[in-house]
Write a protein that binds this ligand. Structure first.
Ligand SMILES: Nc1ncnc2c1ncn2[C@@H]1O[C@H](COP(=O)(O)OP(=O)(O)OP(=O)(O)O)[C@@H](O)[C@H]1O
Ligand SMILES: [Mg+2]
Length: 393
């Protein structure tokens, strides 16, 4: 996958790259007038009372590494109250090189920069990818399918720029097609051209998604085995375009994963067009596109049963932990170096056993930033090797 991404590799090609985020500095950003945070190569623990700005710093790190924030703020929300602009900078170092990634908000608009040159989000995204784990993620298994799709897509877009472009293009097509479906004069014939573009782009997106999920699955099963040995877990991709267990006669089956990608894409496209054709009446009545990757499900299972309804609270948490460990492992598998791991306030949410299991799954060379209000959640083993940065005095 990574070969498709020239942005990512132009600076770091060759050998196992050791890339670290060294220094974050922010100006007029959220609750900070000016702040600089030096990061350790291993674990940095940000400790401080509630509302001192720990999550804000994690968000800044996520913005500068993934090009997006889990809070999805409007640009103006990033600017400290009473100010008109803000600036965030992250210095990365590795292989004797330095890369400065920047993000600024001016006149209500957000922009990014790389080594001082203005760029799109794609220019900063994934130079060092980040994996964020925050309390909201702990409900990922039982929330709506959108949350699980976003988890996979948010990961995929950092690893592969083509994935990001396909996702953006696909989402725009769905929006435009939905606008057309809402028009009274919309007919099957009018939709035909849209259907073709949607199926073409959606099919390529499906190939990327399914391939990424295949890689995640392998690491996820390993990680879960370490957290809760003896339970058989799975993740499957269930497409509205070609259900794995066809419900209606004529439903297509998903293409075999060992087919060449072009053939998989062609098969998805045929299935997608057929599914659009079959759902036309419903779509027209409801004014929305009812089939496609934007409606698909990523299903977690334990011992063959759907985890969304079957798994206990604790099992659901273990599934999420395993997913995050898998994201770290897959990043390393694909890019040759681990991501920046951001753990916002999750230690307090996990029992001691899961905390230990999780930290064991994260190896020493993963640069990690952890926020907490209480250092009591950490074992001496972690505290001895971590840099502790008090926030808010
Ligand atoms: N644009 C802004 N201007 C000024 N203050 C802001 C802005 N955006 C957020 N804040 C403030 O930043 C403060 C710190 O938020 P943050 O979520 O980072 O706290 P935290 O240290 O993670 O706390 P907790 O331990 O409760 O999670 C909040 O009180 C919030 O109101
Ligand atoms: Mg917080």
């Amino acid at each position: 996958m990574a070969q498709n991404n020239p942005v990512r590799f132009e600076s770091w090609r060759g050998g196992v790259a050791v890339i670290f985020a060294r220094e974050l500095s922010v100006r007029d950003y959220r609750n900070f007038a000016s702040y600089t945070l030096e990061l350790a190569e291993g674990v940095t623990i940000l400790v401080g009372r509630n509302a001192v700005g720990k999550t804000n710093l994690v968000e800044a790190l996520q913005l500068l590494t993934s090009g997006a924030s889990f809070r999805r703020p409007a640009p103006a929300e990033l600017v400290a109250e009473g100010e008109t602009s803000c600036k965030l900078d992250l210095r990365l170092e590795g292989e004797g090189r330095v890369i400065d990634l920047g993000c600024a908000v001016r006149e209500g608009k957000r922009s990014f920069s790389r080594n001082g040159k203005k760029c799109r989000a794609a220019g900063v995204r994934g130079v060092v990818p980040s994996v964020l784990f925050c309390p909201d993620d702990l409900d990922m298994i039982k929330r709506s399918a959108r949350v699980r799709r976003s988890a996979l897509d948010g990961f995929g877009v950092q690893l592969n720029e083509q994935y990001a472009q396909l996702l953006g293009a696909y989402e725009r097509l769905v929006e435009q097609r939905n606008a057309l479906l809402k028009e009274r004069w919309c007919t099957r014939e009018m939709l035909a051209a849209w259907n073709d573009s949607l199926a073409q782009t959606g099919a390529s997106l499906l190939v990327h998604r399914v391939a990424l999920l295949d890689r995640v699955r392998e690491r996820f099963v390993e990680a879960y085995g370490r957290i809760a040995p003896g339970e058989r877990v799975g993740i499957s991709y269930e497409s509205t375009v070609a259900p794995a267990s066809p419900g209606a006669p004529g439903d297509a089956a998903p293409p075999a994963p060992d087919l060449p990608r072009a053939e998989q894409a062609a098969a998805w496209k045929v299935a997608f067009l057929a599914a659009l054709d079959a759902s036309f009446e419903d779509e027209l009545r409801r004014g929305i596109t009812l089939v496609g990757p934007h409606r698909d499900e990523i299903r977690f299972s334990i011992d063959g049963r759907d985890a969304r309804t079957f798994a206990s609270q604790g099992q659901q948490r273990s599934l999420v932990l395993a997913w995050k460990v898998a994201e770290v492992a897959v990043t390393r598998d694909i890019l040759g170096h681990p991501p920046l791991l951001l753990l916002d306030d999750v230690m307090s949410e996990l029992d001691a056993e899961r905390r230990e299991a999780f930290m064991r799954g994260i190896e020493d060379e993963v640069q990690t930033v952890i926020t907490t209000t209480n250092l009591g959640y950490f074992s001496d083993a972690i505290l001895n090797r971590a840099k502790v940065a008090p926030i808010g005095g």
